[in-house]
Design a protein around this ligand. Structure first.
Ligand SMILES: *Cc1c(COP(=O)(O)O)cnc(C)c1O
Length: 399
């Protein structure tokens, strides 16, 4: 090749989509530190610390807790292929894109899948799940906690106990929830849970934190067939992350650095404060959007603070608005997926992206975009409504 290609110089962006989110400067700095070998004693203790921190964010005591080398979808695949053997029955709850993806992954792993459905934006009541468990008696039930395509938050209370009544393992997708809203693996009695680094943990995409309950580990040890994926077989990966340090694959050192630092930030802030921060900025954003007449796609009472999926207002052009936000303000928001394509915008307030600066800038920028397109909105109303939320919260916390 003789042509000289230009230096890597990406524009600075404000990432307010469905992921990746903005990465904290401390995490970026951690990623620029020199490599050590992946079996260096210093790296091994870093792996231990990372596992400890993961147990903290997952709120679990599970010994088998680590980070899969791959993005959130690799976490999904890891949980499925280790629990499922060809011919096993599995129920997958589908009310959005990520439930659908789990169906695809499970079928490829040879599961006999029963799809349980709910309208997009809605969540599953316990009764519907109980009835399906009674009829199917599956080995595994898979459900998405935070459905990023619709902005709906699935209530988890009682679900683990219900599954165990039917001798079913509970598999939960927490890719968009971990580090943004409570994920209580032990209290939920969840058996296999996966997440990703690029959403509310605010590290770059590339790792998938996972955790398996003792019940799940037992089921894995009882398998009749080896796991069909060599790379994602947790019985081997377990020996690498565990005491033996048996070489399986080379851990992506830099990514582990990033996760370690991102988790340290979570610990410094504290989970409760972090959840409260996500709620506050969500309330401010929602007040602003409501002042513009914009409504949420997920049912009231089950809306995620970190992923605000809203109906595109009449008269606004989906693509033109997102293009203007990006080009004029450097703000990225997400488009609709699947059924919601062209109908919703997805505004992320995840991890480090979840800040008042971003909320206020976004609302002001969105007003400008909508006014430019001739929509009749009250100028300044969105920012004023968000500010009222911030002022009330400041005065109630100083009282
Ligand atoms: C983003 C996401 C995934 C997939 O994660 P990738 O990092 O894109 O592989 C899976 N489930 C949910 C709910 C997600 O939001």
């Amino acid at each position: 090749m003789t042509r000289t290609v230009s230096e890597l110089c990406p524009s600075s962006r404000i990432l307010m989509g469905p992921g990746p989110s903005d990465v904290h400067p401390r995490v970026l700095r951690a990623m620029a530190t020199p490599l050590v070998g992946h079996l260096d004693p210093e790296f091994l203790s870093l792996m231990n610390e990372t596992q400890e921190l993961l147990r903290y964010v997952f709120q679990t005591q599970n010994p088998l807790t680590f980070a899969v080398s791959g993005t959130g979808s690799a976490g999904m695949e890891t949980c499925v292929v280790n629990l499922i053997e060809p011919g096993d029955r599995m129920i997958v709850c589908v009310n959005g894109v990520f439930g659908q993806r789990m169906v695809d992954v499970a079928r490829r792993a040879g599961a006999e899948v029963t799809v349980l459905e709910r309208p997009w934006g809605d969540v599953f009541p316990l009764d519907q799940i109980r009835e399906a468990l009674r009829q199917v008696r599956p080995k595994v039930l898979g459900i998405v906690h935070a459905e990023t395509s619709t902005g709906a938050c699935q209530p988890m209370d009682g679900l683990g106990a219900l599954c165990h009544e039917f001798d079913t393992l509970l598999l939960v997708d927490t890719v968009t929830s971990l580090g943004g809203i409570p994920v209580e693996v032990d209290r939920w009695q969840a058996d296999a849970v996966y997440s990703g680094t690029q959403k509310c943990l605010s590290a770059p995409p590339g790792l998938a934190p996972v955790t398996f309950s003792p019940r799940a580990v037992e089921a894995i040890h009882r398998r009749r067939h080896p796991v069909q994926s060599w790379y994602l077989d947790v019985s081997m990966v377990e020996r690498y992350w565990g005491q033996e340090r048996f070489y399986h694959h080379t851990a992506p050192i830099t990514m582990i650095y990033s996760l370690y630092e991102a988790l340290r930030l979570v610990q410094e802030e504290g989970l409760e404060n972090r959840f409260a921060r996500h709620q506050l900025h969500h309330r401010a954003l929602k007040a602003g959007l409501t002042a513009l007449g914009i409504r949420y796609a997920a049912v009231e009472g089950h809306q995620l603070p970190q992923l605000n999926a809203v109906w595109i207002p009449a008269g606004a052009d989906d693509v033109a608005t997102r293009k203007m936000l990006l080009e004029r303000f450097g703000i990225e928001i997400g488009s609709g997926l699947g059924e919601f394509k062209g109908r919703v915008w997805r505004i992320g307030l995840m991890g480090y992206s979840c800040r008042a600066n971003n909320v206020l800038l976004f609302l002001a920028a969105l007003e400008q975009c909508l006014l430019a397109q001739g929509l009749r909105i009250t100028e300044g109303a969105a920012v004023a409504a968000a500010n009222r939320v911030y002022l009330e919260s400041a005065s109630s916390s100083s009282r």
